[in-house]
Design a protein around this ligand. Structure first.
Ligand code: PLP
Length: 468
């Protein structure tokens, strides 16, 4: 254990130095090596004899760290952020060290009750309806590894409910349908396929908005019903991946309610913005949802993985996913008085997922987390204004911390994308909007500020300049 203490202190020191180097942009965002670089540096077989933790730690910084993409770097503008904090890092160490497995209340009571409490804290902080809290006795939150798992769990519960309990035994019988738009994250169709319902029905978007057309949804659902199909679930998005657009959830919710269809809202990225009262959008409409998912690991300084899925009715999840063989039976479960999170997720076992969210919420406090979000939004506004002012660039979308841009022509955008891909000091992600290539830049590094944004923009502009 002494070796652990020494190595842990060394690791903490190295991480603190790593964060400092990231903050001062001393490291590239993207690693220099071609595919296979790390494989080549690693022995082909595991060591027969144990090695010192100190040596392993040294190799981590020598062999692994230089070949990482640094997601916490101020000029990492790709995808959506997956940010982190010292509080979250410390909690991960403590979680790992305690090494408990919280599949049921009885296997670690405090792990379950802490999770119930922090999910309720966050539900209140995000102004979600009271029925999403454990305190309501109706619904509650559960920490999943990802928005993908949240979507899968929600879709499965919806299929089960729509089939009046037949899904577990008979599958979808070819009749159950799930609806979303082509702007839903790829995890949504994936969840629908895994759940056995094939491809989701793609509802048209309102032209120019990238958001679901509720009237088209109603038409499609009614037509499917008339054809003998069973519309089971609609997945709406608050903050789509490509342009951060928000589907009109209240109007979609009205269509779902009238027809008894489950509404899952994927608010993986933008959901966190609801911490700030001035950023709560009427279109987000959590009160219309049966389930609602937010990734704390995107915008709440909590390391990945940490997605919270809230459900309005906890019975739906347990009905669809519950399994209690003899070896899992216990008095607490039999009493019906406890929550067993194994029935709220796909895997059986689970780590103590809530500790890091608890540490983060306590160490930062809601006020500071709101300021984090406002800060990132200000930086995105700065970047958007730089794009707008620059001849030869077009601002395609700008919402919350996301800026989507393109060059004058599609060929120029493709060239820019190619050049940026070879640029170690900034990372943006390419995508397609309305059939045209674009570049997405999402703010969210804990170390980003006006200077780093201006520097990142200078790099993008330099890559766009015609080769001389
Ligand atoms: N939903 C949206 C809107 C996203 O933007 C993303 C990822 O960026 C996801 C879902 C997938 O999240 P996860 O990686 O947690 O499954």
């Amino acid at each position: 254990e002494r070796a652990f203490q020494t190595a842990a202190a060394d690791a903490a020191g190295r991480l603190a130095e790593h964060w400092r180097a990231l903050a001062s942009c001393e490291l590239p965002v993207v690693p220099p090596g071609p595919p296979g670089t790390t494989l080549k540096a690693l022995p082909e077989t595991a060591p027969e004899q144990g090695e010192d933790l100190a040596d392993i730690l040294e190799d981590t910084w020598h062999t692994i760290v230089p070949q990482l993409v640094h997601w916490q770097h101020p000029n990492f503008l790709g995808y959506y952020p997956t940010n982190n904090s010292p509080a979250s890092t410390l909690a991960e160490l403590v979680t790992a060290g305690l090494g408990v497995q919280g599949m049921m209340w009885s296997t670690s009571p405090a792990a379950t009750e802490l999770e119930m409490r922090v999910c309720d804290w966050l539900a209140r902080a995000l102004d979600l309806p009271p029925r999403f809290t454990h305190a309501s006795g109706q619904g509650g939150g559960v920490i999943q590894d990802s928005a993908s798992s949240a979507a899968l769990v929600a879709v499965v519960a919806a299929l089960h409910r729509a089939s009046r309990g037949r899904w577990r035994e008979h599958g979808t019988e070819g009749r159950l349908r799930v609806y979303c738009t082509d702007q839903a994250n790829s995890c949504v169709p994936k969840a629908v396929r895994i759940a056995g319902a094939g491809e989701p029905v793609l509802v048209p978007t309102v032209p120019g908005t990238h958001t679901m057309d509720p009237a088209a949804l109603a038409d499609r659902v009614d037509a499917d019903r008339a054809a003998g199909l069973v519309p089971a679930a609609v997945v709406a998005t608050v903050g789509t991946t490509v342009t951060c657009a928000t589907d009109p959830v209240p109007r979609i919710g009205a269509v779902c309610r009238e027809r008894g269809i489950w509404l899952h809202v994927d608010a993986a990225y933008a959901g966190s913005a609801a911490l700030c009262p001035e950023l709560r959008e009427d279109d987000a409409g959590p009160e219309f949802a049966d389930s609602y998912a937010v990734n704390a690991h995107k915008w709440l300084r909590t390391g990945t993985p940490c997605d919270i899925l809230w459900v309005a009715d906890r019975g739906d999840l347990a009905d669809a996913l519950g399994a209690t063989p003899s070896y899992l039976r216990n008095d607490a479960t039999d009493s019906g008085k406890v929550v067993d999170f194994k029935d709220w997720q796909v895997p059986l076992g689970r780590p103590m997922r809530a500790l890091k969210l608890w540490y983060v919420l306590r160490a930062h406090g809601l006020e500071e987390l709101r300021e984090v979000i406002r800060h990132d939004i200000r930086l995105a506004a700065l970047l958007a204004s730089l794009v707008e002012r620059e001849p030869g660039f077009h601002l395609v979308a700008h919402r919350l911390g996301l800026v989507v841009l393109r060059a004058e022509t599609d060929d120029r955008t493709r060239e820019l994308t190619q050049r940026l891909a070879g640029e170690p000091d900034v990372l943006c992600t390419p995508a397609i909007v309305d059939g045209r290539p674009v570049l997405r830049a999402a703010l969210g590094s804990p170390y980003a500020d006006e200077t780093t944004v201006r520097r990142a923009w200078d790099t993008v502009r330099a890559c766009a300049a015609p080769a001389s």
